[in-house]
Design a protein around this ligand. Sequence first.
Ligand SMILES: [Zn+2]
Length: 194
Amino acid sequence: MNYRKILVEYGKKLLNRGLVAGTSGNLSIRGEDSDTFYITPSGMDYLETREEDIVKINSKGEPYDASKKPSSEYRLHLEIYKNYPNYNAIVHTHSPFATAFAVSRKNIPLILIEMKPFLGGEVEVAPFYDAGSVEVSKSVIPYLKDANTCLMANHGVVCCGIDMTSAFLSAEYVEDAAKIYYYSLNIGDPKIIG
Ligand SMILES: [Zn+2]
């Protein structure tokens, strides 16, 4: 499987679907063995990222090619892979509606039937720590057991899946659910189904 090609393609999709702004967010895939992961590079425009720019790292976050710099949030990805062998791909976005709930530190309750199969149910907010820190990477772990998606306080969204297609779909559905819940809150009295 060409992991680099998948990450380049999905990076463009992240931008085109409005799930990230600028160079924010990042994507990764668990590689061919237990000590290999592929992740988008640090601070590079998604439209300019080529396959050779994707960074292959080991489980400590060290790049196989020392001239490459992985996303500054690589610890978040590695901690999730370490704790959850069932997840093989991670999509981290700063998508606006979902991130607005993360800023208000409010969960997105189960309001749409799609949330159950695609997100695992209600989407909760993990506590705030500095971006890229060891603490923030550990903070999301308990929230990804029953759901494959959680919000990161004052930061963004993390979605996990068995593959990139599935993780990306979760990133789209959590943004959709956040948007609809936001509108419903404005109309008033949203009903929760779970
Ligand atoms: Zn981020």
